[in-house]
Ligand binder design. Structure first.
Ligand SMILES: NC(=O)c1ccc[n+]([C@@H]2O[C@H](COP(=O)([O-])OP(=O)(O)OC[C@H]3O[C@@H](n4cnc5c(N)ncnc54)[C@H](OP(=O)(O)O)[C@@H]3O)[C@@H](O)[C@H]2O)c1
Length: 290
């Protein structure tokens, strides 16, 4: 066991949690990965999985046993997570947890007060960090509605006008989290995390077109039109609200900022979007048809 003690990684099988776990292991830190489903790969030495469900309090105490720090992903798709997170952190304090690093977003809809309020909830812990992350570049990969639009229809549809956002690689968010979970000179505060440049969807479509060889275009729509599209596509309501809310903030210019927080905390540059899409070039089956 390291001097840091054991870290519980909630959402430990997700995009950021997997990288946080990997980086902690490389530092010799013991990790407990918490999620409802067992990881697809057997955990490496020093990592164990615990079944954890935000909706099932009976799983909470067992997850916290022997833990000293916590990577906290609030319950996904819950627009008012304060009560459940408060209860969990109270148990965490009783179990001896000192440090919590919360993943939050810069672009939650202003109407979803609970998503913002959870930032205050973690401040009751002896040591805390709040990561206010910009939009993840990973939204252009996998099963995210944006990624499906790019792959299947070669278009990015959004209600963001020509607004810009400081898109970030989720792996950079995870690198900041791993650093803050392990550093000895901890300073409890919020960190606004962005990539190295503020990009519009026009810029991103051009980059994807150049790097992936796909004729991708950006099609701006109204927020009402985008809401209807996402609902028709079967996207769950809270996720629709989050996506459209982020677009509206982007269109307003509120997301156009860029910070140097990743390089300040981790000591290397944040990944650019061009580098990201180069690294995640799709396989041949997604090249243009016809
Ligand atoms: N995408 C963006 O642009 C963006 C930007 C800024 C911030 N964020 C924030 O990032 C967070 C998502 O992080 P991520 O991308 O690392 O995760 P992710 O890839 O979406 O994975 C979600 C993780 O949470 C677990 N999980 C889901 N439901 C759960 C439940 N009821 N109880 C316990 N665990 C549960 C999942 O495992 P199981 O399903 O097995 O439980 C999985 O490990 C969200 O809070 C979002 O607000 C996203």
């Amino acid at each position: 066991m390291s001097a840091i003690g054991t870290v519980l990684v909630t959402g430990g099988t997700g995009q950021t949690g997997r990288v946080v776990t990997d980086l902690l292991r490389r530092r010799g830190v013991d990790v407990v990965v918490a999620s409802r489903n067992h990881p697809t790969e057997p955990p490496p030495s020093g990592v164990r999985h615990v079944r954890f469900d935000w909706a099932d309090e009976a799983t909470h105490d067992a997850a916290l046993r022997g833990v000293s720090s916590l990577y906290l992903l609030p319950p996904p798709l819950d627009t008012d997570p304060v009560k459940v997170v408060e209860g969990f952190l109270s148990r965490a304090r009783d179990a001896g947890v000192r440090r919590v690093v919360l993943l939050n977003s810069t672009a939650f809809p202003l109407a979803a007060a609970g998503l913002h309020a959870v930032r205050l909830t973690v401040q009751q812990m002896p040591e805390w960090s709040v990561l206010l992350a910009s939009g993840f570049m990973q939204n252009f990969l996998g099963v995210h509605p944006t990624a499906i639009g790019v792959r299947e229809r070669h278009e990015i549809v959004a209600a963001a006008g020509d607004g810009r956002m400081g898109w970030i690689d989720a792996a950079d968010v995870a690198a900041v989290a791993a650093e803050l979970l392990t550093r000895s000179d901890h300073d409890s505060r919020e960190h606004v995390l962005t990539g190295p440049e503020a990009l519009s969807y026009i810029d991103m479509a051009d980059t994807i077109a150049a790097e992936w060889g796909l004729p991708v275009r950006y099609r701006p729509v109204s927020s009402v039109e985008r809401t209807v599209q996402l609902v028709d596509a079967g996207v769950p309501q809270p996720f629709v609200a989050a996506l459209v809310g982020a677009d509206v903030l982007t269109a307003s210019g509120a997301e156009a900022r860029v910070t140097s927080e990743v390089s300040r905390v981790v000591g290397r540059d944040a990944t650019s979007f061009a580098e990201f899409v180069r690294r995640h070039r799709p396989r041949a089956s997604t090249t243009p048809r016809g």
